[in-house]
Design a protein around this ligand. Structure first.
Ligand SMILES: [Cu+2]
Length: 126
């Protein structure tokens, strides 16, 4: 009795990483470094690093429902400013801003201080 229950639990635990890698879709198109690969699951953490007066990666593709955190690693103040409430405001060095992309679409954004800094978040359907 207890043995079969334990086996069932073990099978369940083993099934988790398989399912996670199976439906995740490792579409991290990040040409930049430091982007963890294969974490394309909705709700998981994604990062855009602001450094050298640029957003890295310049195009980030995530499934709908994903939280994206923008981290300013420059000593200069930057923003990540899009539309529809997607606006970090001023980010000092080391500060970050997290926005949840709930709808599919292409989100272009800029740094409102240095408007030549622009990048894109592509949100795919679930
Ligand atoms: Cu800036």
């Amino acid at each position: 009795m207890t043995r079969t229950r334990r086996l069932a639990l073990a099978a369940f635990l083993f099934a988790i990483p398989v399912a996670a890698s199976g439906c995740g879709g490792s579409t991290s198109t990040g040409a930049g470094s430091g982007q963890p690969a294969g974490t394309g699951t909705a709700g998981s953490a994604h990062r855009v690093i602001i450094s050298g007066f640029a957003f890295h990666p310049s195009t980030l593709t995530v499934p709908a429902g994903t939280k994206v955190t923008f981290v300013n690693q420059d000593s200069t103040v930057h923003t990540a400013t899009g539309s529809g409430g997607f606006d970090s405001g001023n980010l000092q060095h080391g500060q970050s801003y997290t926005y949840t992309f709930t709808k599919a679409g292409t989100y272009n954004y800029i740094c409102s201080i240095h408007q030549y800094m622009h990048a894109t978040v592509v949100v795919t359907g679930k």
